[in-house]
Ligand binder design. Sequence first.
Ligand SMILES: [Zn+2]
Ligand SMILES: [Zn+2]
Length: 242
Amino acid sequence: MTKICIETIPILPFGMLNAFLIIGDGKVVLVDTGLPHSEARIYKLLKKHGLDWSHISAIVLTHAHVDHAGSAVAVQALTSAPVIAHEREIPYCQGEPPIMNATGMFGRLFYKTGAILEPFPCFTPDIPMVTTELSLAEFGFPTVTILHTPGHTPGSVSVLLDDGRVIAGDLAASGILLGGIVLRKRPKRPPFEESPHHAATSLGQLLSRGGETFYIGHGGPLSTKAITVHITALRKLNPVSG
Ligand SMILES: [Zn+2]
Ligand SMILES: [Zn+2]
């Protein structure tokens, strides 16, 4: 197998919001779908690699926030690939408003705009993940595994390649405001986080499984060193006030 390529799809500029293509031998896994109406941005990156919608063998959602799952229904209609999400995200895929614990001033202000609670087309994942890990072998990627990594949301997952690259969704963020723009190598908490202690445990698990380069939804990528520093900061937080 040729080396797997991870292509970042800029849903918003300056790394503010990313989705990803995992590209192997004629097959592609799409990780996250961006905000509603992101199909053209995704297609542009497929085309860059000489690919089209028919090459997508699976759509993995790191979690069911609008900025990651907003185009799931539209993309699936173009690809007919199955949508994979953790079973604990199903209520949010079906329109239940997510729990939003703001991690700071920006999160509180952002919450007030209502943008993060914007409804998006509802769906039920074709493959609800009910185990702690799931291989993507049957979708053409035997060296790629989805791991349940709660913390940002209860059903957040990360996609780990056996060479140490990992797509971790919003388990950590970097940059300023929503994420990205500047300081993209410096880790920070996402604007919302359900449990900082669960996030620390999940990041530690990814490191122990060989995670080295962390591609994230907002900013990044982050190094092992940056993630280690971030875990220490998360563990110091009060689990309740988080
Ligand atoms: Zn999120
Ligand atoms: Zn996000």
